[in-house]
Every structure is written in C-alpha cells, then in structure tokens.
Design a protein around this ligand. Structure first.
Ligand code: ADP
Ligand code: MG
Length: 398
C-alpha cells in the first residue's frame, strides 16, 4: 500500500512536526560528516516553500549520563542547517516546556525551529526510546501534522516517531522515507526480475534472516565477504584462519540445501597471513587455503563469475562488502564489483543497504552511480528481512 507523503497534504500556515535523522558523527562538538543534514534538505525546503511552520525533532547519539547530555546537543546541527537553508533556524535547548511552546507560537509561515536532542528524554527513564505515551502526546500537541523522514530509526517505536503518530490526524512520509519505501519495500514485495541479492560483510549471524528472506524473494543469492567462509567450511573445504562461525555450520548446511538452485559462492579467494594492511596478498583456490592463511577478499575468478549474474539482472540488492575493503590491498573485490554495478547503471537498478557497504561506495567515489543507497544500517537490514518497520507502519496510507 502506498504511503502518503508531504505532497499529499496542505502545509500552508500549519505547524508541521518533522522527525529527521540528524544523528551525525561529531568530534569535540564539530560535525565530521554532514551528509544526513544535506539529505534532509529537499523535504525541509519543500515544506518551507509551501508555507509550513516547521518544528524539527531528531535524536543524536545515546544519552545515558549528564555528560552524554552535554556532549550530544543538536545546537551545532541547527547552526549548520541554517547555513544550508540561508535562513534562521531557531534552536530551543529544551525538549519540552515553556521555551519550546513559546518558540512554536512565534513561528510564521516558512519559519523553522528545532528542539534539543529527543534522547535527552531518556535520562529520566527512557521516555523517548521507551515510547512514553505522555511524551508522544505532548510533542504531538505542538503540531498540526506529522512528517516522518527518519529512516534510520524506523525499525524502532520511539516517542518521536510512533508516539507522535499515534496522536496525530495526518501522518505522512518525507522524501527520504518515501525513497527507502520505493527501493527497499517495493523491491522486496514485487521486484523487477531477475533480482540478484549480494550478501557479504562480516557475520552470518547478523544476516541469517536477510539470507532466508532473499533466498525466498531473489532469483540468485551471492554469499560473499567474511561470511562465505562458514559456507566453504560447510562444503567441506579447509579455510585456514579465515573468520568462521562454528556455531552457524548447521545453519550453513541448511541454507546450502535450501538454496541449492539459487546460492552462488566463490571459487577463489585472496588470502593473507595476518589481518594487516601490509600483509602479503595471495590468490588461492578455495580448496587450497593454507592452514596459516585467512581469506581477505574474493579472487578474480569469483569476481568474474559474479559479473555474469549481475549483467543479466534487472535489480541488484547489495548488502555487505566482498572483502576487507578498509585495507586498499584487499579492497579490489569490493571496488571492482562496485565499479561493475556503476557501469551497469543504465540497465540495472542497484540498491545498496548496510552502513559499511554504503561507506565503501562513497569512499570509491561511486555513490551517485546507484539508484539507491539506504541511509539506515539496522533499519535497512530489518526492512530487507521483510519486517514491518513501526516508523513506516505509522505513516498513513494513501
Ligand atoms: P554492512 O555494514 O554493509 O552491512 P557488515 O557490517 O556486515 O557490512 O560487514 C562489514 C565488514 O566486513 C567490513 O568491516 C569488512 O572489513 C568486513 N569483511 C568483509 N570481508 C571480510 C573478510 N574476508 N574477512 C574479515 N572481514 C571481512
Ligand atoms: Mg556494518
């Protein structure tokens, strides 16, 4: 079912509460990566241009102590946003009370304000993260409509998303959330085929449910990255000192049987003696990994074989790097694969989910070559598993 978006409601003169994801990385009070602020601009500018009176809410980090509270303030974010918008962003360093209410009353059409980190409410009893009903109702009372545009927290029912939505007559998605629904939700439900899923990264245990769901939905599932080694072990190969999860061997057997027509594994691997950026690089057949070496990346034959699958695909879902891409020497697989998908971007819709996979393609300078790079780590995994995310479910249907 399609969800309502900001395009579907009246905004002029109305108090618009908007949940954004401004959980930006900070170092000594300085924003080190402003991507999330920039990503929210289209929805914010749309609302302001339409004459909405905008009230922004976001969390920032975790707040467990008074010290966290001091450190995790949204004040620098409000300032940065103001620079981007070229207009004042009124920042209220409180999460409720007179100062907040006065600032809301003072808003004119096209004005924007921001309250302090919603998780400051967690200090006295998890009011935000525990979705305290009184808090959700209070925040809802500040606005006339609610826009959720925070995908990163959509897998959690917090007061600042579900709590507000429960007390609001109109609940719509912003453009970021709309895009996540279109590319992840709609693809899982009704993909353009062939759909090839590429699952890599660190651990099988993180991604069991995603593997199962995609074995169900996709036409082919490529298992790669560190988690492939548990499967190689299950196939009877020695994997040296590669990362394996011994307690997931039975599961790997089960998945190999379940996915025998769909699963794609590698033939060769790049190994090293040590987990080190300068460690010597060897190409080995997966049946000949020496006992003192570990798999660090996919081998060239494996990569060529993956290419055959994605060349025929209409849709590719990619979650998890193919190797230890943080070390340039072992980044070739991940980089080569990203470049291949970038080259195919006319014929293949590529959806990238997962924090490290996104970081990899950004690092390679290829980010704008893909249809969609998901902005949520945990949320995109749960969405790919086919779960109903509370932060999306609370948005009203068209
Ligand atoms: P994502 O965040 O995209 O979902 P993960 O968090 O599951 O991805 O995994 C990312 C990590 O997996 C990276 O830090 C990468 O170095 C690591 N990794 C990939 N392949 C290997 C490997 N062969 N051995 C060890 N670590 C690996
Ligand atoms: Mg990760």
């Amino acid at each position: 079912m399609a969800k309502k978006t900001v395009r579907d409601i009246d905004l002029k003169g109305r108090r618009v509460l908007m949940r954004v994801d401004f959980n930006v990385p900070m170092m000594d009070g300085e924003i080190t990566d402003e991507n999330r602020i920039v990503a929210a601009l289209p929805t914010i500018e749309y609302i302001l241009k339409a004459g909405g009176r905008l009230i922004l809410l976001s969390h920032l980090g975790r707040v467990k102590t008074e010290e966290d509270k001091l450190k995790n303030t949204l004040a620098p974010v409000a300032q940065r946003l103001s620079t981007h918008l070229g207009q004042d962003v009124v920042f209220v360093p409180e999460t409720r009370g007179k100062a907040v209410e006065t600032a809301v009353q003072a808003l004119n059409d096209g004005d924007v304000m921001m309250i302090e980190n919603t998780r400051h409410e967690d200090l006295k009893g998890k009011k935000e993260s525990g979705n305290d009903p009184e808090l959700g109702a209070y925040w809802a009372s500040l606005g006339d409509v609610f826009v959720n545009d925070a995908f990163g927290t959509a897998h959690r029912a917090h007061a600042s998303n579900v709590g507000i939505a429960n007390n609001m007559k109109e609940v719509v998605a912003g453009f970021l959330l709309e895009k996540e629904i279109k590319f992840i939700g709609d693809t899982i439900e009704n993909p353009e085929r062939p759909l090839v899923a590429v699952l890599g990264g660190a651990k099988v245990s993180d991604k069991i449910n995603v593997i199962k769901k995609l074995l169900d939905v996709a036409d082919y599932v490529i298992i790669t990255g560190a988690m492939a080694y548990t499967f190689y072990l299950a196939q009877g190969h020695e994997v040296g000192t590669s990362l394996v999860e011994a307690d997931k061997l039975d599961l790997a057997h089960e998945l190999l049987a379940l996915g025998k027509d769909k699963l794609v594994l590698g033939q060769d691997v790049v190994t090293a003696k040590d987990f080190d950026k300068d460690s010597e690089r060897n190409i080995r057949d997966k049946s000949a990994i020496p006992s003192d070496e570990m798999g660090m990346d996919v081998g060239p034959k494996t990569l060529e074989n993956y290419f055959k699958y994605v060349e025929k695909a209409k849709t590719v879902i990619w979650n998890g790097p193919l190797g230890v891409f943080e070390f340039p020497r072992f980044a070739e697989g991940t980089k080569g694969f990203a470049q291949k998908l970038a080259d195919l971007n006319e014929s293949v819709t590529t959806i990238i989910g997962g924090g490290d996979s996104a970081a990899a393609v950004i690092q390679f300078g290829l980010a704008d070559q893909f249809a969609h790079i998901s902005t949520g780590g945990g949320a995109s995994l749960e969405y790919l598993e086919g779960k109903v995310l509370p932060g999306i479910a609370c948005v009203h249907d068209k």
